[in-house]
Design a protein around this ligand. Structure first.
Ligand code: PLP
Length: 394
């Protein structure tokens, strides 16, 4: 039997089998070590096999794994308190993934409008270039023809505003719009940060026309761009925000947080999840928050980010025929690769040299290391990328 097992053909998997990890290093079944510059696609913020996460998982698994949402649970109650306190929101709904968190947000926005006697206010206005997940509602809010193809009919009631176009958002938010849904940093489309002006325009349009503003912080939240919540860096407060990925450093959990306007829109029976807020992932998420505070990860991310972008700009200048100008914020970087060069060829060459990278839309290399990455690891990663580019296109 092999780890490559009879899995459905949903991923172009690399020809290696990962068996373990520690810190920013992953190890394959041949014993080869890789510097991990993608962290499970912006998931493992504290790196791999972090002792505090392992301990929290073990302790919780010995105490309680599941009792259901029919009862108040710990530690998800404490986790909800922590997330609400740190975000200034009012209430949390736990689920198991990013797509599910966005489904919850879409449903919440519609129920909120319905309860205000505005049943015609149903449209979810997402952004061009968006990615919100693969479930049908989240896919309907995702502006990528490749992901949508073959899945029609998608749910109705979704429209798109041009990302970073303040005038367009002013034009398109009307009395049919229940919510504007925005990624403060678009990850899958190739790492495109929102302009603060666009987010402010979306906020103002929602306030003027009575819609909710939802931020999808699934990839850019949990400290990826510095502060715990991405909105704190942009200075624009949403009514609802979704997070998943890094929340429990790799265990499956998602959350929707809602502020005072919408937090009361759901009543028993409106929404639910058997595993949502399950004790083991919730314990891991609490451990993650504790370690984040102890390490002052916000400051570290901002410091490492400066170093990373300095080195990436230098790299791009030295390989100007292959790479465009790096984009991004915090420890989320995208480097556009010039056609006819191929980001996937660089990714493969980097892997052969012991560096794991991601790719994203628009022929882009994506870099999202664990947030604990050291200065030495930043330097080593960029040097390996340099070698990989020289070897592929030199
Ligand atoms: N939203 C954003 C911004 C994402 O980056 C992702 C995943 O990449 C999702 C939603 C979907 O999350 P999941 O794969 O956990 O369903």
């Amino acid at each position: 039997m092999s780890a490559r097992g009879p899995l459905m053909n949903t991923y172009n998997r690399a020809p290696i089998t990962i068996v373990s990890g520690h810190g920013c290093t992953l190890v394959d079944s041949e014993g080869r070590q890789y510097l991990d510059f993608i962290a499970g696609i912006a998931v493992c913020a504290l790196g791999h096999a972090h002792p505090a996460i392992a301990q929290a998982v073990e302790d919780q698994a010995r105490r309680l794994v599941h009792a259901s949402n029919l009862y108040a649970q710990e530690p998800s109650g404490t986790l909800a308190h922590e997330l609400v306190r740190r975000s200034g929101m009012n209430a949390a709904f736990f689920c198991n993934s990013g797509s599910e968190a966005n489904e919850a947000a879409i449903k919440l926005a519609r129920k909120w409008a319905f309860r205000r006697n505005e049943p015609r206010r149903t449209t979810i206005l997402a952004c061009t270039g968006s990615f919100h997940g693969r479930t049908l509602g989240a896919l309907a809010a995702t502006d990528n023809a490749r992901y949508r193809e073959g899945f029609a009919p998608l749910p109705a009631g979704f429209a798109f505003v041009r990302f970073n176009d303040a005038a367009d958002v002013h034009r398109k938010v009307d009395d049919r719009v229940a919510a504007v849904l925005v990624e403060p940093v678009q990850g899958e489309s190739g790492v495109h940060p929102a302009e603060a002006e666009f987010l402010r325009a979306a906020r103002a349009a929602c306030d003027e026309r009575g819609a909710l503003l939802i931020f999808d912080e699934i990839q850019c939240g949990m400290g990826r761009i510095g502060p715990l919540f991405a909105f704190q860096r942009f200075g624009v407060r949403p009514d609802v925000l979704t997070m998943a990925k890094a929340l429990a450093n790799g265990l499956p959990i998602g959350v929707m947080l809602a502020g005072d306007r919408a937090a009361g829109a759901f009543e028993p029976g409106d929404h639910g999840s058997t595993f949502g807020g399950s004790p083991v992932p919730a314990a891991a998420a609490l451990a993650h928050l504790r370690v984040r505070d102890e390490l002052d990860l916000e400051t570290r991310v901002l410091e490492r980010s400066s170093l990373l972008f300095e080195k990436l700009r230098d790299l791009a200048a030295r390989h100007a025929s292959v790479l465009g100008a790096p984009r991004g914020i915090g420890l989320l970087a995208g480097i556009p690769v010039n056609d006819p060069c191929d980001a996937k060829a660089i990714q493969a060459a980097a892997r052969e040299r012991g560096l794991l990278l991601g790719t994203a839309g628009g022929n882009t290399l994506r870099i999202a290391p664990p947030l604990i990455v050291s200065e030495e690891e930043v330097a080593r990663g960029v040097a390996l990328l340099d070698e990989a580019i020289s070897a592929t296109f030199g």
